[in-house]
Design a protein around this ligand. Structure first.
Ligand SMILES: O=P(O)(O)OC[C@H]1O[C@](O)(COP(=O)(O)O)[C@@H](O)[C@@H]1O
Ligand SMILES: [Mn+2]
Length: 651
């Protein structure tokens, strides 16, 4: 036996010091391989819609309801099943309602407890005992384990379970216990969660989503362009800070920054009030602010304009600093003719401007900040950098996230892969070197991490600016459009100028040859692999399908974003990958938690299978299975070493 091999086995022997222990572990692992594969849940483009996200997480995109159907079949009425499902999603709230009308609560507790135990049993059956044990709430771990495991040795099973349930009710713990069981079912129904990006912007609760994700049992995140711009803001990239502020103001979401993250808006507010005092800032109306009073609207619009101008200036500086980004066409301030009140875009066409008041622009140096603007952005930078909660949330993105993920044979990313029109991988220059496909993704990710961790300040700076590049560049796999027309949408009436054209990836998605080479680029099988991405809302209203290229590509922009539901005609899709295959769920718009409880609405309107496996998929067929088999192989070698006398047992 080689020295290195022996050393490794000796390490392993510390964990499994006897033949007995090593053998038991081999048997345990072998049995896990034969369990059904755990359920993966895919969600994308949450855009701050915490309540809708939380709802879909609770119902597992229909997985809970499916379990109820499996358990009770025709023995329970549809309305009872619906009520049970709602109880599992919102146990506390649902019980409050039940208590108002139910006359015999004791009986209700009893029936409900039995039903929940049954659902729990089936849900837990595909996991090992040890995994279930880890998921059990500490207070009730022992009792729940008793209730959900079949006890062959107890003769009168009914009496045994009855006595446990009766005791729970008698000692006044029924409600607590119901909540614990409901949460356990929610927890067990989804084994692993994939978030395909865009947690932030537009909706009111990204910080609540991040808090929830911090406590989620098993998770990965593929960063979206909106997450990356927040990451940039958190490390102090000023163009990103301005963008985050502008987006938040535009959607009436300053509460997120002020209350959620404790970032004080006063510096920007006082600056805007002073500089744009007599300017109505009409081009800077906000969305979703019908609850604002006149004064709030006035102030909001001024802040909106103030930060937009700061953003355009900072972006101009950044683009000049990085000629290699090739984004000069996005520098538009110097193209404004302040006398004529027009702007000439890079196509050479001149357009009248909707707003010609620019008190902070020095036309000789249009990208220079005034002292007041500099003061605002400096203070904001300090606030973002020093916000502990924001930094914690970013840490989660870094720890659990990345630009792409390969998981159980599928390729997951937020946006796209930059392609040429002929379907070949497009080369993109990053700081002087060309990259394409997987290498492009990899190099960008290393720069993102350098922004947070590099000690060398030049490297860190490069990383910070890459965060903005990923947000806005046409070459970014997370943005994937020819330009971001923010300036045009504020200042030019002609809608033609607002158009953003999607890159080649999006119309080559149906080309099987192209998709196959993309899968191969990431070492995946073109036969069995899938590409799963978000970022572009699927326009179901216009008959568009989320399933492309004979099911090889699935686009699941969740449509969680309320502002976009008019366009998509639906609240979007989520995906489930369980032991039977890939199932796509379509969702109706989520109104409110109150509605969900009182109307027992599931919002899962439709579940369609994208890919059905003829044979049930087992843990052995997954990435985890591969790792387990490797472990088994090593343990076998350890056993051999014990038996051949290379290693002594430690009893
Ligand atoms: O209308 P809004 O929310 O201000 O944002 C529009 C901008 O958002 C983007 O669509 C990017 O956001 P998505 O990643 O959600 O698509 C840009 O392409 C566009 O310029
Ligand atoms: Mn996006």
């Amino acid at each position: 036996m080689k020295k290195a091999e022996l050393r490794y086995l000796q390490r392993l022997a510390e964990l499994y010091p006897t033949i007995g222990k090593a053998s038991t572990e081999i048997i345990n692992l072998q049995s896990i391989l034969n369990l059904p594969k755990g359920t993966e849940h895919f969600m994308s483009d949450l855009h701050g819609e915490y309540e809708a996200f939380s709802h879909v997480l609770r119902n597992g995109s229909g997985a809970v309801r499916k379990k109820i159907d499996d358990v009770f079949g025709h023995t329970l009425s549809n309305s009872d099943k619906k009520a049970l499902a709602t109880l599992i999603y919102y146990p506390k709230e649902k019980m409050q309602l039940v208590k108002k009308t139910e006359e015999d609560m004791e009986n209700w507790y009893k029936i409900t407890l039995y039903r929940l135990i049954e659902v729990c049993k089936t849900t837990a059956s595909k996991y090992t005992r040890s995994k279930v044990r880890k998921a059990l709430p500490a207070d009730y771990a022992y009792v729940i384990e008793e209730l959900i495991t079949e006890k062959a040795e107890v003769l009168d099973k009914e009496a045994y379970y009855d006595s446990i349930v009766n005791t729970i009710i008698q000692i006044g713990r029924a409600e607590n216990f119901i909540i614990a069981l409901a949460e356990l079912i929610q927890r067990l129904v989804v084994d692993h969660l994939h978030i395909l990006g865009d947690i932030f912007d537009r909706g009111p609760g990204p910080h609540f989503i991040m808090d929830r994700l911090m406590n989620y049992h098993s998770l990965d995140i593929q960063w979206g362009n909106h997450d990356v711009v927040w990451m940039g803001a958190a490390v102090g990239q000023r163009a990103c800070i301005a963008t985050v502020l502008r987006n938040s103001i535009r959607y009436g979401n300053l509460d997120i920054l002020e209350d959620g993250y404790g970032i004080n808006m006063l510096p920007l507010a006082t600056f805007a009030m002073e500089v744009y005092k007599d300017d109505p800032c009409n081009a800077f109306e906000m969305k979703g602010t019908s609850n604002y009073n006149a004064l709030e609207k006035e102030l909001g619009q001024k802040m909106h304009k103030a930060i937009s101008i700061i953003q355009f200036k900072l972006e101009g500086q950044l683009i000049h600093r990085h000629r290699e980004f090739h984004m000069e066409d996005r520098c538009l301030l110097h193209r404004i003719d302040p006398v004529k009140g027009t702007v000439t875009l890079s196509d050479g066409k001149e357009y009248p401007m909707l707003d010609t008041e620019f008190p902070t622009i020095d036309w000789k140096h249009p990208y220079e900040l005034t002292a007041g603007e500099r003061d605002v952005i400096e203070r904001m930078e300090t606030a973002f950098r020093n916000c502990e909660k924001l930094q914690k949330h970013m840490r989660l993105l870094l720890d659990k996230g990345g630009l792409y993920k390969i998981y159980n044979g599928n390729l997951l990313f937020h946006g796209c892969i930059p392609l040429n029109e002929d379907g070949s991988l497009k080369e993109i220059q990053i700081y002087g070197k060309k990259y394409k496909g997987r290498e492009l993704y990899d190099i960008l990710e290393t720069y993102v991490r350098r922004a947070f961790f590099a000690v060398d300040s030049m490297e860190q700076r490069k990383g910070m600016d890459i965060l903005w590049f990923i947000w806005a560049s046409p070459s970014s796999p997370l943005f994937g459009k020819d330009k971001m027309t923010t300036f045009e949408r504020y200042f030019i009436a002609d809608k033609e100028t607002h158009k953003e054209t999607k890159g080649a990836y999006y119309h080559l998605l149906e080309d099987e040859k192209v998709v196959d080479t993309l899968l191969q680029e990431f070492d995946l099988s073109p036969e069995h692999g899938h590409i799963i991405n978000g970022h572009v809302p699927v326009h179901q209203g216009e008959g568009e399908s989320p399933v492309k290229c004979n099911g090889k590509v699935i686009v699941i922009d969740g449509g969680f974003c309320k502002a976009y539901q008019k366009v998509t005609g639906i609240a979007g899709y989520t995906l489930i990958y369980n032991s039977y295959g890939l199932i796509l769920s379509a969702h109706e718009p989520f109104t409110s938690k109150e509605d969900a409880v009182s109307k027992e609405s599931d919002i899962v309107s439709n579940r369609v299978s994208v890919h059905y496996t003829s044979k049930r998929r087992l843990v052995g067929d997954t990435d985890t299975g591969k790792a387990l088999r490797e472990r088994i192989e090593e343990l076998m070698q350890l056993l051999d070493a014990y038996r051949k006398g290379y290693i002594k047992e430690k009893k």
